[in-house]
Structure formats: structure tokens, C-alpha cells
Design a binder for this molecule. Structure first.
Ligand SMILES: [Zn+2]
Length: 417
């Protein structure tokens, strides 16, 4: 596999920097016309004016790719998904369309419990094949790095199986998408622990975290901090233990009610707090002061018909906002990057420039990778998307449609549609 590549005649559109962009800075993009980008052994080694790439000698060891003046952006980073699961909840979705509420669906055995049953039942290979098919679709929409969570096992074997599926897909040499695994054992309280959430947290801390950290099966630990699921105190206990094992911290925070998840994320200096549909003003300020990335998931609000997170206000308050799809079998069975762009701009008041930063550099920051990914700068990984246009504003104008034609991963070209 040749990872030496020269892209020429590119209309480069990128945020700049090696850390999250906050507040107003999110809207500042660097734009270079007819630029050359050089990738050597998968890493960007030059960005700038043409250096006569047609000449021979040194450049003979590089593939040459003519971008023909079209937009070249950093690869998209989808920093919050649940793409490893089994089962299907189309029937449940249809019941919701007919007006049935989530509570009655849950009482009849639906909801997350249905996915847990299906995921526990199926084999590693089945789970892996399904996950792999999602990765292909993500890649066609320009995703070059994705975060994936466990959380549909809620028992030792199945949680580990989900994490091992991700580890194995990440070890594929020709992979188009890098995977960042997150342990979300605290996604729900399993039936076996009904009414004993504290005992389940003890199990995760004593039995799961040491094994997962010892075998490097996850980089992050996440928790569903929500009324009726895990309290702020239980979340604090789990995340504090996870940190001692060297894991980064994430929270599903303030999604359904304003419980104080954002405040806890700030207290623990978590890498990100996600969802935040009902975050308090104090939570926003504390997250900003603690440098926590706010990861917003507009597809979930859209599909659940909930009010959107206050993206505009968060950016105006100086927060670093990332966007992600939340691909999962229940609340958001969609990994659509094009629709995420459109919803963020149409309903959360973000500009297209801010949305680009949120899906590239700030997405990378939400995975502790802003030093390696998320912008087109010397020293970063050679991950790019090429659009079918020289106008990056098409990303939101072409609503829900894909304008990515080519994806480049570590300097290797993967044709898209
Ligand atoms: Zn989630």
C-alpha cells in the first residue's frame, strides 16, 4: 500500500490548529486555492502553493492526484456512535409513528432491552459483519474516524465481544475508517440488576474496568447519566475509577432532563459531554471553563422530535462544539453526515463554517486527537474528503445529499460514489 500522495489543484478548506476551536474561532476556516498537499507515509508533509509536482525525481515515489479545483477538506470525525449491535427495531419505530409512547414500548419489552437481547444472542462474526457494513456507508459520506461504544451487552461476555469487534476492525490494514472504542457498560441497568444500579456500577468498576484497561479494549469510558438510569453520584464513581485505569471520560449528559451531567463533566474535566438538550446555563459556563467539548447530536433530536440542543448559544458562550451522528438502533438509526450538517445549520443556528469545524477538528478534540486529526496541516494524518464542488457551502445547501466523491485515508485514495 503506497501512502505517499500529492494532491494538486485542490481548493483546501480547513480549520487550523492542534486543539479544539472554541466560540467564534469555530467559524474561521483557512482557504487555499489551487493548493498542493503532500502526504508522506500517511502524514501531511506539505500544504501550500504548487511546487511543480509534475517534475520527476523525488516525486516519482508519490501518487499524483488532480483535485481539479474542487474542495478538499479534512476527513470527517464522527465522535459519537453505537455502530456495533444486533437486531432491528423497525417495528418499534412504526409503533412510535402511530403515536405509541416510548414508555409503553419499553414495558412491552422494546427499547434498549430489545437490542441487548439480540446482541447477547448473536455471534462475534455476525456482529462484526454488521458493524463492517456500517463502516462502509460511513466512509462513502466522508467519515475517516469514528468513535464506537459498547453498551448493548450489559454483561461481561457481550460487552467484551462488542469491544473486540471494534479492535479487530481497527486492525484491518486496508481500513478506510479508524475506530476509537468506548466502554459504555453503563448504558442502562440490565434486567439482572433491576433496582440495584449501585451493585451494577460496582460490577463495572471491579470486574470490567481492570480487564478492559489491561487489554486496551477501550480508550474512553462513558455513562448514561440520566434520571431513572445512572445518577450523578453513580456516574462520578464509575468515571473516577475509569480515570484511575487511564481511560478518557465521556458522558451522555442532560439529554432528557437537566440532571447536572454537564456540571459533572466539568468537575471531572471529561473530554466531552454529549447530547446536552437540557443543559443549564451554569453547565455551559462550567464546561467552557473546564475545556470540555460539547458534542451535539441533531439527528437524535430530529428523529425523537425533541427540541434541538442550543448550539448557537453554546458557541456564543465560547464553548467548543462538536457534531456527531449518534448512529444507534433506537433513537437515531442514521449515520447521515449530510443530514447532520443540514440540521445543525437549519435548526441549531450554526454556520456552515462552524459545522465543518465541529465535524473535523472539534470532533477530533472530542476523541483526544486534535493533535493528529481534523485539519489539513503539516504533521496531521493524511485523511481527506474531496467534494464534487468548489463551493463548500454545498455541504448544507444540498440538504441530506452526499457531495463527497472521494475519501483519502492516510494518503490512500478510496473512490466514493
Ligand atoms: Zn449515545
Amino acid at each position: 500500500m503506497i501512502e505517499n500522495l500529492i494532491i494538486f489543484n485542490a481548493h483546501v478548506v480547513t480549520p487550523a490548529g492542534f486543539s479544539a476551536r472554541c466560540g467564534k474561532e469555530m467559524g474561521r476556516l483557512s482557504i487555499l486555492d489551487f493548493a498542493t498537499v503532500e502526504v508522506t507515509r500517511g502524514i501531511i508533509t506539505y500544504v501550500g502553493a504548487s511546487r511543480g509536482e509534475e517534475r520527476d525525481g523525488y516525486y516519482n515515489r508519490y501518487w499524483h492526484f488532480n483535485a481539479r479545483g474542487r474542495c478538499l477538506l479534512p476527513g470527517f470525525v464522527d465522535s459519537h456512535t453505537h455502530f456495533v449491535f444486533d437486531g432491528d427495531r423497525a417495528g418499534e419505530f412504526n409503533r412510535r409513528l402511530r403515536g405509541e409512547n416510548y414508555l409503553s414500548i419499553m414495558q412491552s419489552g422494546g427499547g434498549i432491552a430489545a437490542t441487548v437481547r439480540a446482541t447477547r444472542k448473536n455471534s462475534y462474526y455476525h456482529l462484526r459483519a454488521r458493524a463492517e457494513s456500517f463502516l462502509k456507508q460511513m466512509s462513502l459520506m466522508g467519515v475517516t474516524t469514528v468513535e464506537g461504544k459498547s453498551g448493548y451487552g450489559l454483561d461481561r461476555d457481550t460487552e467484551l465481544r462488542q469491544l473486540k469487534v471494534m479492535q479487530s476492525l481497527q486492525n484491518e490494514e486496508q481500513r478506510r475508517v479508524d475506530i476509537v472504542p468506548t466502554f459504555l457498560g453503563a448504558h442502562a441497568i440490565p434486567e439482572e440488576y433491576a433496582g440495584r444500579a449501585d451493585a451494577y456500577i460496582d460490577f463495572l468498576i471491579d470486574d470490567m474496568l481492570p480487564y478492559i484497561a489491561g487489554h486496551r479494549l477501550a480508550e474512553f469510558c462513558d455513562v448514561f447519566c440520566e434520571e431513572g438510569v445512572f445518577s450523578v453520584e453513580q456516574s462520578r464513581r464509575l468515571l473516577t475509577a475509569a480515570r484511575k485505569h487511564g481511560l478518557g471520560l465521556k458522558l451522555h449528559a442532560d439529554e432528557i432532563v437537566s440532571l447536572g451531567g454537564a456540571e459533572l463533566a466539568a468537575e471531572l474535566h471529561a473530554t466531552s459531554a454529549d447530547h446536552l438538550l437540557h443543559v443549564s446555563d451554569a453547565g455551559i459556563r462550567q464546561m467552557r471553563d473546564a475545556g470540555v467539548v460539547a458534542t451535539l447530536l441533531p439527528l437524535t433530536a430530529f428523529i425523537l422530535k425533541e427540541p434541538y440542543a442550543r448550539g448557537r448559544q453554546m458557541i456564543d458562550a465560547g464553548l467548543a462544539v462538536a457534531l456527531a451522528t449518534d448512529l444507534n438502533p433506537g433513537s437515531a438509526f442514521s449515520g447521515s453526515i449530510p443530514l447532520t450538517f443540514a440540521l445543525a445549520c437549519l435548526y441549531m443556528g450554526m454556520t456552515v463554517e462552524e459545522a465543518i469545524t465541529a465535524l473535523t477538528l472539534n470532533g477530533a478534540a472530542a476523541l483526544n486527537r486534535a493533535d493528529k486529526l481534523g485539519s489539513i496541516e503539516v504533521g496531521k494524518q493524511g485523511d481527506f474528503v474531496l467534494l464534487n464542488t468548489d463551493d463548500y457551502r454545498q455541504l448544507t445547501y444540498y440538504v441530506g445529499m452526499n457531495c463527497v466523491t472521494t475519501v483519502i485515508k492516510r494518503g490512500v485514495i478510496h473512490p466514493g460514489l
